[in-house]
Design a protein around this ligand. Sequence first.
Ligand SMILES: [Zn+2]
Length: 215
Amino acid sequence: MADKKQSSTCPLCTAKSTIFFEDEKHLFYKCRECHGVFRSEDQRLSETDELGRYLLHENPEFDQGYYQFILPVIEEVRSFAAKGSKGLDYGCGQHQVLMKYLAEDGYKMFGYDPLFLDDKELLNQQYDFIVSCEVIEHFFYPYREFQGLKNILAPQGKLICKTDVYDSKTDFESWYYKNDPTHVFIYMEETFEWIRKNLDFKDVKVDGRVINFSK
Ligand SMILES: [Zn+2]
């Protein structure tokens, strides 16, 4: 990477950011303004390579391990959403497993995925809640994405995300989460606070890997 840039513009808040981590495979910048850690633009995969990668780690339907993986999101939804309320699974993937479980729970569910279920009409409706499980770390344009999601939330609606949150106690070099080439934007707790403030959400709660934004 002889031609690597020493600084890059943060795709969330547009602040100028400097190199945070690099090895032979990875180049990440860290933003001082929103505390986001983002992969160098040249390392983004093409849509075809990205798709190949997702098909590779797509989990078999109704597998017990996968259920445990999405359970924190299901439990978060159960904690506030009345049965029959309308939900969107944003980035539902090929098998829409989370969406199916929530539908079984009595929620009126819809699923959108830019690669597998690209029905843009669903992005013109309003939802009582949106779930986005292991999706936001794939956002090339996080500001635009969060803004879009907020716009389709009903008043008092909630956006529930799950991602692995980076903190300064974690050794980035040995951290598995950065190794996935489709992980392009990594969040710290402060990043969610930046989003809350700048996109005007009423509140945000971070509980482990589950993030709950209130409109
Ligand atoms: Zn930033």
